[in-house]
Design a protein around this ligand. Structure first.
Ligand SMILES: Nc1nc2c(c(=O)[nH]1)N[C@H]1C(S)=C(S)[C@@H](COP(=O)(O)O)O[C@H]1N2
Ligand SMILES: [Mo]
Length: 360
């Protein structure tokens, strides 16, 4: 117990804690600098305390051949390793107006790690899902009291489990490369990131990537539950609600640091851009408010599921305060809006980032 606490304290030391229990923390700015975020700097989002896990994964429901797998069984399957950008759907909530309820994430609930594991496809093909299968349900080992609305205490629930589902057609698709991951950046998963194994669903907001995975069940009816149809839904004021699925296109500026002071001269503005409906095809920079958008250099993707680097040489010769904006567009034609449409729970805020830099 003491050992586990020491490990958790060590793992959490470099993060910006926003809630101690359940533990939620943003990444520091350095997490976005490299191509891969070191594990110590990867953001953490958990709805419940880190659970104990019995080390098994039970796969059943509407299947011909239910099985129970251990970590060793998963390791014995062909391994796939992919760099995957995970972003919380609530990232950017703090800039949403009016401010919604929910964890007050700034803009650092996003990180990229190398995840290694077995393909979900390979595991599902061992159990032979029923042709009537519709959804696949993934249960975490974590459960507890859940504050549906911290203001209205009477909406609390005493005992909820973290459960999510994906359509069977997606879950069983080998091309989707959904992983049951047991390694992160070359080491066994740490407790905050879902040890001993978790789902990693590329391109989706990270709520789909169920940590501490304990059960997988094929369902013949669409799944409904708190984390699927209660939360993680875009509640638009003026149109049908929609499920939170793919990450929206987004660019971040990583250098120069927002609010910093730099010497006059030419500086390279750098950043990252990603999209769940990507790849990103262009990033543009604006040096004014209303006005021209100038093309930035965009590195080609070095893998299918992670952020791309971009840069722009800025002749910052004039002393004074300057504004910088960066806007990404993806292959599906999606572009970042200045002001995304508001939704009640504050998901998917991919507004164009605005920073200022003082020159001189
Ligand atoms: N079992 C379980 N899985 C979970 C969650 C959770 O609370 N419980 N949170 C989800 C959410 S909302 C996010 S953003 C990601 C965060 O993954 P990370 O903590 O490894 O960054 O885990 C997802 N998987
Ligand atoms: Mo999230």
């Amino acid at each position: 117990m003491a050992l586990a606490d020491d490990q958790l304290a060590h793992d959490r030391a470099a993060l910006q804690m926003i809630n101690p229990a359940p533990y939620n923390a943003e990444a520091p700015p350095a997490a976005l600098e490299g191509e891969i975020t070191p594990t110590d700097l990867h953001y953490v989002r958990s709805n419940f305390a880190v659970p104990t896990h019995d080390g098994t994964l039970q796969i059943g429901g509407a299947v011909e051949n239910p099985i129970t797998l251990t970590l060793d069984d998963l390791r014995a399957l062909p391994a796939t390793e992919r760099a995957v950008t995970l972003e919380c759907a609530g990232n950017g909530r703090l800039e949403t107006r009016p401010l919604p309820i929910g964890e007050p994430w700034g803009d650092y609930a996003v990180s990229t790690a190398r995840w290694k594991g077995a393909l979900l496809h390979d595991v599902l093909s061992q159990v032979h899902p029923s042709p009537d299968g519709v959804d696949v349900r993934f249960s975490g080992a974590d459960a507890g009291a859940y504050h549906l609305n911290p203001v209205l205490k009477d909406t609390n629930k005493d005992d909820l489990r973290f459960v999510r589902a994906l359509p069977l057609a997606l879950a069983a698709d080998p091309a989707a490369e959904i992983l049951i991951a047991y390694e992160m950046n070359g080491a066994p998963l740490r407790p905050d990131h879902g040890a001993p194994f978790r789902l990693v669903v590329p391109h989706w907001y990270a709520v789909a990537s169920v940590k501490w995975l304990s059960h997988i069940d094929v369902l013949t009816e669409p799944y409904a539950g708190e984390f699927q149809t209660g939360h993680y839904v875009y509640e638009w004021p003026d149109r049908e609600h929609e499920a939170v699925t793919h990450m929206r296109v987004r660019a971040r500026i990583t250098a120069p640091a927002a609010g910093s002071r730099i010497e006059p001269g030419t500086h390279t503005v750098r950043g990252k851009a990603w999209s769940g409906t990507g790849p990103v095809t262009s990033v543009e920079v604006s040096l004014t408010g209303e006005g021209d958008w100038l093309p930035a250099r965009l590195d080609p993707p070095s893998g299918p599921y992670h952020w791309q680097e971009w840069s722009f040489d800025w002749a910052a010769d004039d002393v004074g305060r300057h504004t910088l904006r960066a806007r990404a567009t993806d292959a599906a034609g999606h572009t970042q809006p200045e002001v995304p449409p508001w939704n009640r729970l504050g998901y998917g805020n991919n507004a164009v980032e605005v920073i200022y830099i003082d020159v001189g």
